[in-house]
Design a protein around this ligand. Structure first.
Ligand code: FES
Ligand code: FES
Length: 913
């Protein structure tokens, strides 16, 4: 035993275990790294997220804050200890049944905190459950289903039977990939450690903008035994430039001589895991020369170019113009105008970026949490000078993404180390690194004017918005182009002129975050709509109903719209709207300090890329021995594509879902299903799955010479096809196998039928849109400026609902993120680089949520389905702001609506005649 270690004995999941370790080492590290109990997750290493919650003698503790010595002679229970010989515990089953796990990264911590509660109190109330789970953060679910699962664990009803052939779509099916999420067996980015793996760390810029030079790296390495290599931009073998939109690629994997944002990687160090864990980079040989940096749009427009090739820092712009907005506004009966400003918002997924890499023959393999394996492959191949086929990306489970894990971060760094050393390696971002290096929601500065006629009908709108895209392009061009298409909201706007610009600064890189700028634009449009309703003397909901787009109307892009469900969404809110207004009025009549209000706001959102090709391809095959295999490469980051896509495919083929085997995203095994973004997977990959299912069905029917209504059954190596009295069979063992080993197969691609936009933004940017509206009921403390959201009623037209449980989960999770954006979230480099200064909603912040699913089937969507993932966040924040104004008169023009801003707005309202 070394001097600095102690030998202890603990009972871990019922087994006596001897541990030799430094006494102060984190219990989480010992569990994960020594005992390989990786079900215990690490999201912050600081006691903020609760992902590492385990039970110590039955009491929940943060394993990241617990020295291992405290476990001596005590009982430790981790998520792996919850299942017994009978299988999953009732609580784990309840989590599955209720859809309480989405990405699953918080699930072990939630389960452990809930287990402690249920041991004391098997039938808790929702309040008791919320209190017990208050220390565990979830970024996906909005907590509703988690609380329901905890409260129902003792009285769980029997599981619904598996859907029969043809009835998978629409069923409240449990996630098909749910069991590993609740058992702790799921492999996330940090959970796989290849044998002999080097640990990789990045050296990052502490400055927003600085030139730099390295000193003697060889001497530094020689002075640090255990360091295998130090690599800089000079060692990058390919083009040190990546980007999610190839024409705009501008980001180096390692900065070369100048860092352009705080936290930018400038070098990587790889070495022995123990050495790397305690490595102090204070003596790393680098000299910085800080330079003037522009952190916001006004200073960037007047300042030094972030990139020498873009003198004015305007990366790009998008516009949509139809009719003559200026003239329409000049003739309007009423015009509302205003400005709005939003903050950087952090994705705050609970899983920091992590992965591993190794060389397999002549192929570089990178296993990593990601939303876009094929795009990752392309970027890594470019940076490392490899053919794309020589790079294999294997997505792990992804512990939340929300847009940010579309961009590469550690992938090229891992690949570089593996290539240069020939050794496997792994990298796990700290929470601070994740916050510094990952993309954010674009801060926006927007202004708009909207006019109406004497009847309250919208006649024209002008909008312009500058979006701070940070130091590199990332998804800035997408935001600049998507915003003008959507800034009208889902309302008929005959005359329209909108411009969006992406502006470079030396701030964090802003990229994709649920909505691509549309949530920011909706804040301005929807708050101005309340002004217009008031000016017209109309009820605010009625004003929106009056102006809602209808089937056959033309959008601001000139697209003739079909299957438009915004009016149905608004109508669905009406009963609650009347009640909410009456309840607020009654409450306010008796309360001076606390005031209640109700607000409504809408959304629309086009699914998939804007006016660009974005195909998905699905492969489906049957082997000679009767295995039915679906190659489904749409990465499931919690939203449910591992369940929804198979549901669609099963019904298209006509075989029961429980006969399928699934091969998930892997660039060596699954065709390209594109990226998980833009609410595209249900629509685009879902359509590819429907096509593949139907194609395989047609092949079977053709080979058996049977009609289209025939039933198909698969029984071992025999396919039986029957229609009334007629029946045939296909003996699979008699058929030759193709290159993939299938005797019957189909591979189909779907690309949404869009058209490019002309110079005025006219065309067909999307094939399918989804719609929705939220009603927020809130309470404001006029003395403190605090806002409590009491209830959100959310109506969403998602076309045919493929899986209601998953759809409700998306809505509840989107509302949580919208609430955070409205009231608390603002990423400030240096000041909020952890999860105790960057606040996201906890279970205690969440209101009661009622989801209303409206099914206006889309003729283009698979089985009529539309997308939902980004729509669900868009209306929440403007509905909350409109409710604050209803309660107090306060007009918020800058997010987040922190108490000091609410108080200032109340004061302004009181002083305004
Ligand atoms: S990892 Fe322990 S609280 Fe976040
Ligand atoms: S399911 Fe809770 S963080 Fe993803």
């Amino acid at each position: 035993m070394k001097d600095d270690t102690v030998a202890i004995t603990a009972t871990i999941n019922g087994q006596t275990v001897g541990i030799t370790s430094p006494p102060a080492r984190r219990l989480s590290e010992v569990l994960r790294d020594e005992l390989r109990l990786t079900g215990t997750k690490v999201g912050c290493d600081a006691g903020d997220c609760g992902a590492c919650t385990v039970l110590l003698d039955g009491e929940p503790v943060c394993a990241c804050l617990t020295p291992v010595a405290q476990a001596a002679e005590r009982h430790v229970t981790t998520v792996e200890g919850l299942s017994g010989d009978d299988g999953l515990s009732a609580l784990q089953v309840s989590f599955l049944r209720h859809g309480a796990a989405q990405c699953g990264i918080c699930t072990p911590g939630m389960l452990m905190a809930a287990t402690a509660l249920l041991t004391r109190n098997p039938s808790p109330t929702r309040d008791q459950a919320e209190e017990a789970l208050g220390g565990v953060l979830c970024r996906c679910t909005g907590y509703q289903k988690i609380i329901t699962a905890v409260c129902d664990a003792a009285t769980l009803p029997p599981a619904a039977p598996a859907p029969v052939a043809g009835f998978a779509v629409g069923s409240r099916l449990e996630r098909l990939d749910g069991v590993p999420k609740v058992s702790g067996a799921e492999i996330f980015g940090a959970d796989h450690v290849p044998a002999g793996a080097l640990t990789v760390r990045a050296v990052r810029s502490p400055h927003y903008r600085a030139a730099f030079e390295f000193g003697d790296l060889n001497a530094w390495q020689a002075a640090h035994p255990g360091i295998e290599t130090v690599l800089t931009a000079a060692e990058i073998p390919g083009d040190n430039c990546f980007g999610v939109i190839p024409p705009f690629a501008d980001q180096p994997a390692l900065a070369d001589g100048r860092a352009r944002f705080r936290g930018e990687a400038v070098a990587v160090i790889a070495g022995d895991a123990v050495v790397m864990a305690s490595l102090d980079l204070g003596d790393f040989p680098i000299t910085w020369q800080p330079e003037d940096a522009a952190l916001d749009v006004p200073s960037a427009l007047a300042g030094t170019p972030v990139h020498s090739a873009i003198a004015d820092n305007v990366l790009t712009s998008g516009r949509v113009v139809t009719g003559d907005a200026a003239q329409a506004l000049s003739h309007a009966a009423h015009v509302a105008e205003g400005q709005f400003e939003t903050a950087y918002v952090e994705h705050a997924y609970i899983e920091p970026e992590a992965g591993a890499a190794w060389i397999d023959g002549d192929t570089l393999v990178i296993q990593v949490c990601t939303q876009a394996p094929y795009m990752n492959r392309s970027d890594v191949a470019t940076v490392l000078g490899l053919a794309p086929e020589k790079v294999r990306i294997i997505p792990t489970a992804t512990g939340g993404g929300f847009g940010s894990k579309l961009d590469v971060t550690l992938q090229p760094l891992l690949g570089l180390v593996a290539l240069k050393t020939g050794r496997p390696c792994r990298m796990v971002f700290s929470r601070q690194e994740s916050l510094q290096a990952s993309t954010k929601r674009h801060p926006a500065r927007m202004q708009a004017r909207i006019g109406i006629d004497a009847d309250g009908k919208v006649t024209g709108m002008e909008f312009s918005g500058d979006f701070n895209t940070g130091a590199y392009a990332s998804w800035g061009p997408t935001v600049a182009n998507r915003v003008p298409v959507h800034a009208s909201g889902p309302y008929l706007t005959p005359d329209y002129a909108a411009v969006g610009r992406a502006i470079h600064t030396n701030g964090p890189v802003a990229g994709a975050f649920r909505g691509f700028g549309v949530p920011q634009a909706a804040l301005l449009q929807e708050t101005l709509y309340d002004d217009l309703a008031n000016a017209a003397g109309l009820d605010r909901l009625a004003f929106r109903q009056l102006n809602a787009l209808k089937d056959g109307d033309r959008s601001v892009c000139g697209q003739q719209m079909e299957s438009v469900g915004i009016l149905e969404s608004l109508d669905a809110l009406e009963p609650r709207w009347r009640d909410a207004l009456a309840a607020a009025e009654a409450f306010n009549a008796t309360s001076e300090v606390l005031k209640r209000g109700a607000g409504v706001a809408s959304c629309w959102y086009g699914c998939g890329n804007t006016a660009m090709s974005n195909p998905s391809t699905i492969r489906l095959g049957i082997t000679a021995d009767g295995r039915l295999v679906l190659h489904q490469g749409a990465v499931d980051i919690g939203q449910g594509s591992n369940t929804v896509i198979p549901q669609i495919c099963a019904d298209a083929l006509g075989l029961p879902l429980d006969q399928f085997e699934f091969i998930g995203g892997d660039t060596a095994l699954t065709p390209d299903c594109g990226k998980t973004s833009g609410s595209r997977q249900t629509v685009v990959t879902g359509n590819a799955a429907a096509l593949a299912g139907r194609a395989l069905r047609e092949t079977i029917l053709r080979q058996s010479n049977m009609g289209p209504e025939s039933a198909i059954t698969l029984d071992g190596s025999r396919l039986a096809i029957s229609d009334g009295e007629a029946s045939r069979e296909i003996i699979l063992t008699t058929l030759p196998a193709d290159a993939h080993g299938y005797v019957l197969s189909a591979e189909e691609t779907y690309d949404p039928p869009t058209t490019p936009l002309d110079e005025n933004g006219q065309g067909k940017p999307y094939a399918v849109y989804g719609y929705g509206a939220h009603l927020a009921e809130i309470e404001v403390d006029r003395k403190l400026g605090t806002v409590r959201v009491l209830r959100i009623t959310a109506a969403h037209d998602l076309g045919r609902t493929i899986n209601p449980v998953l759809a409700e989960g998306q809505i509840e999770g989107g509302i949580a993120q919208g609430l955070g954006m409205a009231l608390m979230e603002e990423y400030l480099p240096e000041r909020t680089e952890n999860l105790h200064n960057y606040l996201i909603p906890t279970v205690g912040d969440m209101p009661k949520i009622q989801s209303i699913l409206i099914e206006k089937n889309d003729p283009e969507g698979p089985m009529g389905a539309k997308g939902l993932g980004e729509h669900v966040l868009i209306p929440t924040a403007p509905a909350i702001l409109n409710a604050i104004r209803h309660a107090t008169g306060a007009r918020i023009r800058r997010l987040p609506a922190l108490p000091h801003r609410v108080l200032a707005a109340i004061k302004e309202a009181e002083e305004t005649p």
